[in-house]
Design a protein around this ligand. Sequence first.
Ligand code: GDP
Ligand code: MG
Length: 177
Amino acid sequence: SSLPPPRTRIFKIIVIGDSGVGKTCLTYRFCAGKFPDKTEATIGVDFREKVIEIDGEKIKVQLWDTAGQERFRKSMVQHYYRNVHAVVFVYDVTSAASFRSLPAWIEECRQHALGQEVPRILVGNKCDLRHAAQVSTDVAQQFADAHSMPLFETSAKNPHGDEDGNHSNSDHVEAIF
Ligand code: GDP
Ligand code: MG
């Protein structure tokens, strides 16, 4: 008789940040390889997964994305923060407010035992709108350094360049996760 296939390891990543920064679009881009045709505001938890292969081993990457509504949070928050392998903090480069919210999101994670010992990364989304940016790379990089996180700037919408067709130096979503 043949051996059973090896269990696929699961890698759970939570994607956190203010509403509207593009969490759903980023997870969709990663899992489906494209920008969604239409997005609805996330209700509760958006959950997507994709199987990737690393060194010949299949790994199931689960991306959890939340809307952050109060009602959802009270009932789901413990479940959401359980068995997390990595945290992705997202802000919108065209929204200073979304950047200012980051310390509160980082603190909430810390309260759920997701501090520096867990891999955490910072993602600035909507780099295709760089002309409208309110958060400079320098400021974001300083913040990332202060919190011992790598910074990636990207666009879920147009990873290959900005609206004017200029070549973009932003990171590709697939390379970040
Ligand atoms: P979430 O609330 O964080 O899940 O944000 P969504 O993924 O629902 O996106 C919020 C809005 O931002 C939608 O209208 C998206 O089309 C838009 N959006 C998301 N990512 C990008 C991006 O990279 N570039 C641009 N220009 N718009 C984006
Ligand atoms: Mg969403």
